[in-house]
Design a protein around this ligand. Structure first.
Ligand SMILES: [Fe+2]
Ligand SMILES: [Fe+2]
Length: 205
């Protein structure tokens, strides 16, 4: 079978849906490479900053790596702004949706809410922004993790003179994460809090 013959989903056969499922599984295998391509091609610039959006993403991931963060954190840092491409008004939720099946719940939550937390750094300069928007999340088990994510990696990564690692360095980590079994409880690790920094691991890197 090269193509299904139905024109309305309700007319599809078991064989056709099995055929399509096999195609879909093959498609999912290349998610990591599509994300990396998107990051490079579409992130060339958000004008006005001293570095590009790609540079910001790579710098965030580099800082996470040098802090001794684990692979979930590093990949989350690399992709935390990928939602900017298609969802500038909820880029955090968009990025979190991409990551959700493949990383720890803790990392997904921090990516999902980082937009609210980041406002602490600039909200007071702009009309109509709530500098303390993060307060609506106060008491959440991952609140402090997101605060640290923003302080150490996100808000800090706009430096054109920082010694970034190349995106190729992170590609195998992205491939590893997106090759995981989606939504596997051993991947999502509900409620588990892993520190963002690890001084021993950082010293080895
Ligand atoms: Fe962001
Ligand atoms: Fe960011």
């Amino acid at each position: 079978m090269e193509k299904v013959s139905f024109t309305q989903m309700k007319d599809g056969t078991k064989e056709e849906y099995e055929f399509l499922t096999a195609h879909e599984i093959d498609h999912t295998k290349h998610t990591a490479d599509r994300l990396l391509t998107a990051l490079v091609d579409l992130y060339k610039s958000l004008s006005g900053y001293q570095i590009t959006r790609l540079g910001h993403s790579v710098q965030s991931a580099t800082r996470a790596w040098r802090d001794g963060a684990d692979i979930d954190w590093v990949v989350a840092a690399l992709l935390h702004d990928i939602g900017d491409i298609y969802a500038p008004y909820n880029h955090d939720e968009y990025a979190a949706t991409i990551l959700k099946p493949f990383v720890r719940e803790q990392c997904t939550w921090c990516v999902q809410t980082h937009g609210d937390f980041q406002m602490l750094y600039y909200g007071h300069h702009l009309e109509g922004f709530d500098q303390h928007k993060r307060e609506r999340h106060r008491g959440h088990p991952y609140f402090d993790d997101c605060a640290e994510f923003c302080e150490r990696w996100d808000q800090a990564s706009f430096d054109p003179d920082y010694d970034d690692l190349p995106i190729e360095f992170f590609a195998p980590m992205v491939r590893e994460v997106f090759a995981r079994k989606p939504y596997d409880p051993a991947v999502i690790r509900i409620g588990e809090r892993v520190p963002l920094t690890d001084t021993n691991r950082a010293a080895e890197r």
